[in-house]
Every structure is written in C-alpha cells, then in structure tokens.
Design a protein around this ligand. Sequence first.
Ligand code: NDP
Length: 449
Amino acid sequence: MSNVYEQKINDFMAKVIAKNPSEVEFHQAVHEVVESIIPFIDENPQYADAKILDRIVEPERVLMFRVPWLDDKGEVQVNRGFRIEMNSAIGPYKGGLRFHPTVNLGILKFLAFEQVFKNSLTTLPMGGGKGGSDFDPKGKSDNEVMRFTQSFMAELFRHIGPNTDVPAGDIGVGGREIGFLFGMYKKLRNEFTGVLTGKGIEWGGSLIRPEATGYGTVYFAEEMLKTRGDSMKGKVCTISGSGNVAQYACEKATEFGAKVVTLSDSSGYIYDKDGIDAEKLAFVMELKNVKRGRIKEYADKYGADFFPGKRPWEVKCDVAMPCATQNEVNEEEAKMLMENGCFVVSEGANMPSSPEAITVYQNAKILYGLGKAANAGGVAVSGLEMSQNSMRFGWTREEVNEKLHQIMKDIHSTCVEWGKEGDYIDYVKGANIGGFVKVADAMIAQGVV
Ligand code: NDP
C-alpha cells in the first residue's frame, strides 16, 4: 500500500480513536474496513464529498440501560443492557443480542459496524445493529435466565419493532432466550409480530435458521475451494467453539465429505482423530443445548484427547473454521496453521482472526473467507424469516436451504467481483467494498440525515 494511503488511514483512525477511546475491538473492525475503503474512495470521490466514512462509523443511536433482576435466592442483581442502532440506510436495524460477561460498548459497536456490511452483502434489505448484556447465562437456572431476559425486554421493547429494529441471537442467546424475549415483547405490546428472528418454528420462526450460520460458513468454504478446482470432500477440518455456529458447521462439513477433528469451549478443545460423525455430534448438541455441560465430557465419553486451556489451531488440518469468538486466532496460531498445511480459513465467528493473523493468511495467499462474508448465512435466513413473517407464510426446509445456498454463492461472487487481483482473490477487500457500495449509495440518495 502506498504511503499516501497509509497516511490517510492513520489520520482517519486517529480521529476514530480519539472519539471512541478504549473501544479497541471497534478500532480494529474500523481499521480493517478503512484499509480497503480509503483507496477505493480515492477513485470514487462522491463518497468523500458526502463524508460517508465519517458518517458510517458513527452509530445512528446507542442505547444503554440498567437491567435489574432477582436471582433464585431473592437477591437483586444488576446488569447493563445495550442496543447499538448503527445504520438503517438499506433497511431496519438487524443484528443479534449477545449475553456474555465480556460484553461492553466497544465490542457491541464492532459487531454492529461489521453487521452493516454483512447485511448489505446478503442482498436483503437490512440495516445493521447489535445489542446484548454483560449477563452470563452460564450457571444460571432457567428461571433466572427468564427473569433477566424479561427485565432486559422491559426496556428494549420501546426501541424495537418489525419495521424499526429486529434483534436475533448471538453468543449466549439461543432458542430459550429468544422465546423469553418474544413472550415479554408480545405481552408489553399486545401484538404478535416478527420483531425477533430465531423464533421457534411453531411461533413464527423459519426452518434452517438454527443451521444457517454454520451451513453458510461451509457453503462459503466450498465456493472458495471451487475457485481452485477443489472441494470440501476428504478435507480435515478444525472447528473452534461448540455452540450454535460450530455445531452446524460440523454437521454440513461432514455431510460434504470432510472430517471434523476438533471442537472447543472456553475451557479447552477436544481432538478426535476419527472425526466427529453424526452420532457424536448429536451427543454434543444434547450436551451443549440441553444439559449445558462442558466439552471435556466428549473426551470422557469417546476416548478423545482433551487439551485444557488451549485452542485447536495447533492441530494439522486443511480447513480451519473459527466459530467461537473474536480474536481467537493470533499471529502465532495463524503461522502454526500455515506450517501444518492449512489453506482454507472460513470464519463462522465475527472477527475471530487478529489483524496480524490476517496478514499471515494474506502473505501465504490462502483462501481466507472473513466473517462478514462467510458467516452472513445466519442473518440472511433471519431476513428470510422476516419475509415469511410479513407474508404470514412459511417456506419448506428445502426452499430455505436453497435460498441460503444461493445467497452464499452470491456473496462469494460479490467478493470475487471487488476483490480479484490477478490470480488471487482478496476476500477482505472484496467483502468490504462490496458491502460498502450499496449502503453508501443509499446514504447519498437519502441526503444528509
Ligand atoms: P454460542 O453461545 O452458541 O456458542 C459460543 C461458543 O464459543 C461456545 O462454545 C463458547 O464456549 C465459545 N466461546 C464464547 N466466548 C468465548 C471466549 N471468550 N473464549 C473461548 N470460547 C468462547 O454462540 P454462537 O455459536 O451463536 O456464536 C459463535 C460466534 O459466531 C460468535 O462470534 C458470533 O458473533 C458469531 N455469529 C453467530 C451467528 C448466529 O447466527 N448465532 C451469526 C453470525 C456470527 P463457552 O460455552 O465455554 O462459553
């Protein structure tokens, strides 16, 4: 990159950092985008004239609120709730809610910012948002989770609606939490609407929504492999996490003929050299979604290895799919992956690779599908859930899966269109520019608002 661009990027980042001090994940997400966008804007001055970059890093609205609730002992607990309404240029704010003790303003702003570009890439009319709380569902009873989510919704309901802001799940927010949130919203508003996605199938949910992010990540990997005349068949895969995204990435990868050898949680990872087949995955789903246990129990049951406190990137693989959380692959781990022959990284999680890790992938010219493209399948099917709610009609499993598959192919094509550099496809550049153009054009068309 030329020195002129580097100077412009540094100047822009200095402003962002000064305005949003200590929000390090937000700085990281913005930096990754402006590295692609600033050279592009230089050739397309209408975006500079309209100050699109300055506007797009500023949330339209940030909500932050107290969430008091009573635990099972009758003691008062207090958490903090958030909703970041980042950008509504192309549709209602859309993005998940995360319940995790690490949640803070900077993390949610990074996620909301990423969501704007991701949602644009899906081709569906959705703006970007994100929210959540520092509440930790781990170790809480179902009743405690219900009381907390009801208190959370008792404030959030004022700000959301099917044409305004439509939250969904993320880390720590699955079917159980969406159910409690929806029940409270319905009670407070006295209306049954598509205000949340990820709903149960009996009450407005879409088939394939639980599977969508994980399946989409594998579809994206398959598309990347096709550019080299290859496929997932016979590939050894490492996956991190063992929650929603990891489970369905594992299922689809196995269905495509790959062998998944790792899963993890925050206590460590399991390595199963024989592969995690359908029966073993059913055990993981029961363990994680119903019993809410630890991944180590997999090793105890199947005689696999368990590595406490470690991440799976030291394991030899062809394809790595980080599906747990942000910054879970650092430079050293990225180098380890490359040295062991990994040549595909498809990110189910949001921003799981550190900037240094991304540089390692780019220097090695591997197939690197960044989260905002590779994990967009989840929000894409959320968009399809919104359409089905509006139509009061439901598509079959096959129909939704077909649409999801097509959307992932289209996202891949957009990345190729904007990111192709000779023989190499820079998916980072492709996804950032491809996601940016539609939002920026809509912002210009709508005037200075
Ligand atoms: P879940 O809560 O279902 O699972 C999260 C998994 O990641 C768990 O195995 C959890 O382990 C692990 N994990 C979470 N935080 C950490 C941490 N700090 N260190 C190590 N492990 C951690 O969440 P999802 O599967 O829904 O989300 C996973 C990732 O995918 C996130 O980055 C999310 O933003 C992203 N994503 C999710 C989408 C969705 O549709 N759900 C859509 C697009 C992206 P433990 O149980 O021990 O905490």
